[in-house]
Write a protein that binds this ligand. Structure first.
Ligand code: NAD
Length: 495
C-alpha cells in the first residue's frame, strides 16, 4: 500500500468531513496506515486559516487521540484553501499548493480527491482538475465520490460521463458506506468459509431472503433534501441492491477484486425485469403519519420542516427482487426500508425451506440472521429437542453477537473504504455497470409511483411500515422474520 499521498477534500467544512472523514483519516494515521508522507488539503468556500482548520480537525478527533500532542501532530498535516468550485483561478492556486506539498511530504505525485459535497459540483470539479493540470498523469490519481450518484439513470449517466472526461473507471471509487461495514464484509466469510452454508446457498434450500434497513429517526433536518429523494432512491437503488448482490452472487473464481466484481456484475445483469403490472404488485411505498412511542409523540412526515404538506414522497419502501440465475431463480429477495419504524436495525434474514415435520411436531424453518447494525453478528435458529422423556421439539437459537463497533474494534466504514482506495482495491465500491443496471429498474418503479399508479400507504410512526408490506410477503406464503413492533405492542409501548 502506498501511504505517500496528498489528499484533497472538496467540502472540507461540511458535516461528513468533520463527523466521518477526519476521524477515519486519524484512525488510519494511528494504525500506521498513513505515514509521515501525507498531507490533506481541505477546500470549501469559507475563508479559513490553516490554524483554524487544524483546530477543527483536532476537535473532530479529540476522543480518539492518545494525547493532545498526537492530535496536533496529525492536524499539522492539514492545509486549507478557500475555493469556489466554479472559479478557474482557484484551481491554479490549488495546483500550486498541491505541488509544493507534494515536494514537502515527498508524496511521489500520488493524489486522492474526495468529493464530499453536492453531486451537482462533481462534473465541474473533475473538469477543472484536468484543465488546470492538477491531474497530470504523474503518480496515482484516484477519485472518491459521495452518494447520491444521480437521481435517475439520465442524471447518473451524465455525471458518469463528466467524471470519465478526467478519470478512468478504475480511478473512480463510488462510495456506498454500507459496503465498508464489518458485517457486510463478513458475508463473504459466512457464505464461502463454511461448508454448512456454501452448499445450501441456493434455491433448493433457501425459501426467501429478507433485507431490512430500519430507522427509528424521521427525516430530522434533512426534509428539504429528502422530499426530493425518498426511500427508493436514498436506500434501495444503492445500499439494498449492493447488499443483495453480495448475498446472491456466485462464488468468485478467486477472492481478488476483479473476480469478485465480475460476480457482482452478473447479479445486476440477472436482476429480473418484471412487467409494469408486476412491478405495481411487487413494490410498495409508504409514508409515516404521527404516532406515539414510549409516551413520546412524533409528528407526521408532512408536518416535518421543509417538507411539502401534501408531499407524496415515500419514507418507506418495500418490495421483492428476483435474480434470474441458476442459483436463485424463483427465490424472492424481500426488502423494506423506512424511517420512523419501531426500532433501528439493519438485518438480513436467510429463511430456509420448511422441513417436513417429524413425530407429528410442527417445525420452524431454519433462519440465518446477519446483524449488520447497530449490533454486529449472526444467529441461526434451529429445531432442537426439549429436555425430557417425551420427544417434543423446541426452537433454539445459536447466537453470536459482538459489540465490536462500540468497543472500537471494528473499523469505521470510511476508515475501511479509504484504506481500500489507498490500496487501489475497488471491491467495496459501486461500479458503473452496477449503478446503471440498478437505475434502469428503479427508474421504472419511480415512474409508476410518480404517476400515482401505485397507492401511497400511510403507516403510524413507531410501527414496522404499512400493512401492504406484510401482505406482500403473505402472497409468497412468507412473513417478516424480524418483528420488533410485536414486542413493543405487547409491552404497551406503542400509542
Ligand atoms: P454539507 O452541506 O455539510 O457540506 C457541503 C460542503 O460543500 C461544505 O464544505 C461547503 O462549504 C461546500 N460547498 C458548497 N458549495 C460550494 C462551492 N460552490 N464551492 C466550494 N465549496 C462549496 O454536506 P455533507 O453532509 O458534508 O455531505 C457531503 C456529501 O456527502 C453530499 O453529497 C452528501 O449527499 C453526501 N453524504 C453525506 C452524509 C452525511 O452523513 N453527512 C452521508 C452520506 C452521504
Amino acid at each position: 500500500m502506498s501511504s505517500k499521498v496528498i489528499i484533497t477534500i472538496f467540502g472540507a467544512n461540511g458535516d461528513l468531513a468533520k463527523r466521518k472523514l477526519y476521524p477515519s483519516l486519524f484512525r488510519l494515521y494511528k494504525s500506521g496506515n498513513l505515514s509521515k508522507h501525507f498531507a490533506v488539503i481541505g477546500t470549501a468556500r469559507r475563508p479559513w486559516s490553516k490554524e483554524y482548520f487544524e483546530s477543527v480537525v483536532v476537535e473532530s478527533i479529540t476522543d480518539l487521540a492518545d494525547s493532545p500532542e498526537q492530535a496536533q501532530e496529525f492536524a499539522s498535516h492539514f492545509y486549507y484553501q478557500s475555493h469556489d468550485v466554479q472559479d478557474t483561478e482557484h484551481y491554479i492556486e490549488l495546483r500550486k499548493l498541491q505541488n509544493s506539498l507534494d515536494e514537502q511530504y515527498q508524496a511521489e505525485h500520488n493524489k486522492l480527491f474526495f468529493l464530499s459535497m453536492a453531486p451537482q459540483f462533481f462534473g465541474t470539479i473533475a473538469k477543472h482538475l484536468k484543465s488546470e493540470q492538477i491531474v497530470d498523469g504523474k503518480g496515482f490519481e484516484r477519485l472518491i465520490v459521495e452518494k447520491p450518484f444521480g437521481t435517475d439513470l439520465a442524471s447518473a449517466s451524465k455525471l458518469n460521463d463528466n467524471l470519465l472526461a478526467t478519470f478512468d473507471e478504475e480511478q473512480i471509487f463510488r462510495i456506498d458506506h454500507y459496503l465498508g461495514k464489518e458485517m457486510i464484509q463478513s458475508i463473504f466469510a459466512i457464505r464461502f468459509a463454511n461448508l454448512l452454508f456454501e452448499n445450501v446457498w441456493n434455491h433448493d434450500y433457501i425459501d426467501n431472503v429478507q433485507i431490512t434497513f430500519a430507522e427509528k429517526l424521521g427525516v430530522e433536518e434533512r426534509g428539504g433534501y429528502y422530499d426530493h429523494s425518498g426511500a427508493l432512491r436514498d436506500m434501495v437503488q444503492n445500499h439494498t441492491l449492493q447488499l443483495l448482490s453480495l448475498l446472491a452472487m456466485d462464488k468468485p473464481k478467486t477472492f481478488t477484486k476483479d473476480d469478485i466484481r465480475a460476480e457482482k456484475i452478473k447479479v445486476f445483469k440477472h436482476l429480473h425485469k418484471p412487467t409494469d403490472n408486476d412491478l405495481k404488485k411487487l413494490f410498495i411505498r409508504g409514508q409515516y403519519t404521527s404516532g406515539k412511542v414510549d409516551g413520546k409523540k412524533y409528528i407526521s412526515y408532512r408536518s416535518e420542516p421543509n417538507v411539502d404538506p401534501e408531499s407524496t414522497t415515500e419514507t418507506f419502501a418495500s418490495g421483492a427482487f428476483f435474480v434470474d440465475s441458476e442459483r436463485f431463480r424463483g427465490v424472492p429477495f424481500f426488502f423494506r426500508t423506512g424511517k420512523r419504524l419501531t426500532a433501528k436495525g439493519t438485518h438480513v434474514n436467510i429463511v430456509f425451506k420448511q422441513v417436513e415435520s417429524i413425530f407429528g411436531s410442527s417445525l420452524q424453518p431454519n433462519v440465518l440472521t446477519i446483524y449488520i447494525q447497530p449490533t454486529e453478528g449472526f444467529s441461526l435458529s434451529m429445531n432442537g429437542k426439549e429436555v425430557g422423556e417425551q420427544f417434543n421439539l423446541a426452537p433454539l437459537t445459536l447466537d453470536y453477537r459482538t459489540d465490536a463497533t462500540a468497543s472500537g474494534a471494528s473499523p469505521e466504514p470510511y476508515e475501511k473504504l479509504i484504506y481500500d482506495v489507498l490500496n487501489n482495491d475497488s471491491t467495496n465500491f459501486s461500479q458503473w455497470d452496477e449503478v446503471r443496471s440498478s437505475w434502469e429498474l428503479i427508474d421504472r418503479i419511480e415512474t409508476l409511483w410518480a404517476n400515482n399508479e401505485v397507492p401511497l400507504h400511510h403507516y403510524k410512526s413507531g410501527t414496522m411500515g404499512p400493512e401492504a408490506s406484510f401482505e406482500l410477503l403473505n402472497q409468497f406464503e412468507a412473513d417478516w422474520n424480524w418483528r420488533p413492533d410485536e414486542a413493543y405492542r405487547k409491552e404497551g409501548r406503542l400509542g
